[in-house]
Design a protein around this ligand. Structure first.
Ligand SMILES: Nc1nc2c(ncn2[C@@H]2O[C@H](COP(=O)(O)OP(=O)(O)OP(=O)(O)O)[C@@H](O)[C@H]2O)c(=O)[nH]1
Length: 327
């Protein structure tokens, strides 16, 4: 539930064509302790202002010259795509009350104002509004979590498959190719076994950062789980275009790691598949890249391999070194 402080700090807009009414309402709200109250006498300003400030509640007079409150609500509906209009209608006309609710207002206050009614209705509406925002934020966070790996923050397999699908569609439309690079760290199990799982986790986080730093903004870098990652390149013209980036990834992982006073050296193997040369479906491209990865491991690790090319000899075979770091 939102706290009393959250409610008093909510953003409020008062809309009325009468300066006296605005002054009265602002005074009522300030005396109650509301800290963020603004107002306008220009109904045509309500939508632009709401777009800019995203008010928690709009106290809207229904009868105004020019645009009336009903027309303002129509405009607000286009901004509030979720369908929740944060409007509390102010009206002296009993017949307008139901019409206002039907037009999307959440509640109404009758004029002349009854102070207790004003306070209760504003408080109740803000409570619901803030709860609605909390829920929307929670649901967004949950969706993000469901699509990302908790340890590294990288997209997980589910999001990755979506991204590959989009990359392939884009490549097909633009007569380009795309490259799938399947990475598996070499000898990672020994790091866990020697230094523990938490240490291994730190290594995985740094690897993720290095892969991101080595890739272009438009590439997808994902973690499949364990010590397996994937990098997807769009707008590739041939396998040769993927070999440079693959070499950079191998090199980035082979840079020394400094964790907990230890200098650690590590390497990765990479299998590459190319769309549409090797396959056209996400699943087949992943399994061909997996096969190429197996070839890279078999060929001595610390290298990349594409099934259509012979394994590239990159740098000397991997050797896991654990050297105490000098202070
Ligand atoms: N620290 C940590 N380890 C994990 C996590 N998920 C899986 N692992 C471990 O990662 C290791 C993966 O090892 P493998 O890829 O099978 O073996 P490897 O030693 O890398 O061998 P090669 O791939 O043949 O070089 C296993 O020991 C898993 O237990 C994780 O989230 N954190």
């Amino acid at each position: 539930m939102p706290s009393r402080e959250d409610i008093l700090n909510a953003k409020i807009l008062v809309v009325d064509d009468s300066p006296d009414n605005i002054e009265l309402m602002e005074e009522i709200l300030r005396e109650e302790g509301y800290t963020s109250v603004s107002s306008t006498m220009l109904p045509e300003q309500v939508c632009p202002l709401h777009r800019q400030h995203n008010y928690d509640i709009i106290l809207l007079d229904l009868q105004m010259p020019g645009l009336n409150g009903f027309q303002v609500m129509k405009g607000l509906k286009e901004i509030e795509k979720g369908g929740y209009l944060p409007v509390l209608a102010l009206t002296a006309q009993p017949s307008f009350k139901i019409a206002a609710l039907e037009a999307g207002a959440r509640d109404f206050i009758s004029k002349p104002f009854d102070l207790l009614e004003v306070h209760k209705r504003i408080h109740n509406m803000l409570e619901v509004r803030l709860l609605y925002k909390e829920l929307a934020q929670y649901s967004k966070t949950q969706q993000e979590l469901a699509l990302h790996d908790a340890l590294t923050g990288l997209p997980n397999r589910r999001l990755l498959e979506d991204r590959i699908e989009t990359t392939l569609q884009h490549a097909s439309r633009n007569h380009h190719k795309a490259a799938i690079m399947y990475l598996d760290l070499d000898g990672f199990k020994a790091i866990n076994d020697t230094y523990g799982h938490a240490y291994g986790d730190e290594v995985l986080k740094i690897v993720a950062q290095r892969l991101l730093a080595t890739s272009r903004k438009e590439d997808t870098v994902a973690r499949l789980g364990g010590d397996e990652f994937m990098v997807v390149l769009g707008e590739v013209n041939s396998l040769a275009d993927a070999q440079g980036p693959a070499a950079k990834l191998v090199e980035a992982v082979s840079e020394p790691f400094f964790i907990n006073d230890l200098t650690l050296r590590l390497s990765t193997s990479i299998g590459i598949s190319i769309y549409p040369d090797d396959a056209e479906s996400v699943e087949s491209l992943i399994s061909i890249a997996d096969y190429a990865l197996y070839e890279a491991k078999r060929g001595g690790k610390n290298r990349f391999c594409a099934t259509s090319a012979s394994p590239a000899q990159m740098v000397p075979p991997p050797k896991l070194e654990l050297v105490p770091r000098r202070r």
